[in-house]
Design a protein around this ligand. Sequence first.
Ligand code: XIL
Length: 339
Amino acid sequence: VAPSTTAPKSASVRELADAAGVILGTAMSAELLDDPQHTDTLIETFTSITPENDLKWEFIHPEPDAWNFGPVDRLVDFAEEHDLAVKGHALLWHQTAVHATPDWVLAIDDPDELRTAMREHITTVMERYDGRIDRWDVVNEPLQTVGAEVEDTHFRKVLGDGYLAEALGMARQADVDAELCINETTAELIPAKADALVRLAEGLVADGAPLDCVGIQAHLFGGTVEEGVIAGLVERLAALDVDVAITELDVPVLPDAPDPLEVQADTYRTAFAECFAAGCREITLWGFTDRHTWIDGYLGPGRAPLPFDEDYRPKPALEAIREELAWLADDADGDGTGG
Ligand code: XIL
């Protein structure tokens, strides 16, 4: 949809994203809904939220007959109240250490039983949020974390490679209108993995699987991204006629490097510029304040990967994001001339 307004100079980041006609999202946990500093900054800055953990299988469906919808219900209500879109993350993710697949699912070795459990899970969750969650990571991280093969997950061991298309098909039956995505990590860091992701998406499309979108997580662990890599990957995926988005962007700083916050801002700038120029319609960050970031647990503290600091003050990275969106909003006719 072509945006009709040019944003005023004093526009919020959120207004700039709207004027540019793009989605600017953040991950969000229900437990932070009671912190007004957190919600106020979020509402002013973003146009979409993704539940950070509350939708993962073990959290929302911990036992075959036990459902824990409360946290996601609250997030979706909050989003509706503040006119934010919601992305669903993630219906299937094989990881067990992070509560993405509960033990009771791993214990199912019979293909028909596993299909039944998958279908019940996918259908129940998607139907509950029908019309309120508009796009879904149906399968998260189908490829090996470090490597270029399809990961041999429990689902693949029991159902074979077809499990991906089967899951997408179940999701399409549950909600004909939702956008259905696969989402992958480190494809922007490992060239062979980028090739594998393009091949995988290509195969799914060729087989007629209902794949609408591919997400590039973009946890930029090295603090930078090589020029042209994001543009190249987005272009190759977009050529398959699927929507492409950056879905979990964060940029841990290298603490001993000179000007770490400026390098970080440049990296955000590159990611935004290349993604949108190559045809992305969404960038979602994996959180927005250094006070609450999974990177503290994953890489250790002090890596400050997000565009607001621990006290919710904007960092140079936020200014870079603002400038990129302002440029895009001015260039809303898309002719690349900034006007
Ligand atoms: C992370 C969350 O941010 C953490 O709070 C949790 O402990 C583990 O999972 N790729 C993904 C996300 O797709 O779901 C992960 O989120 C980060 C890596």
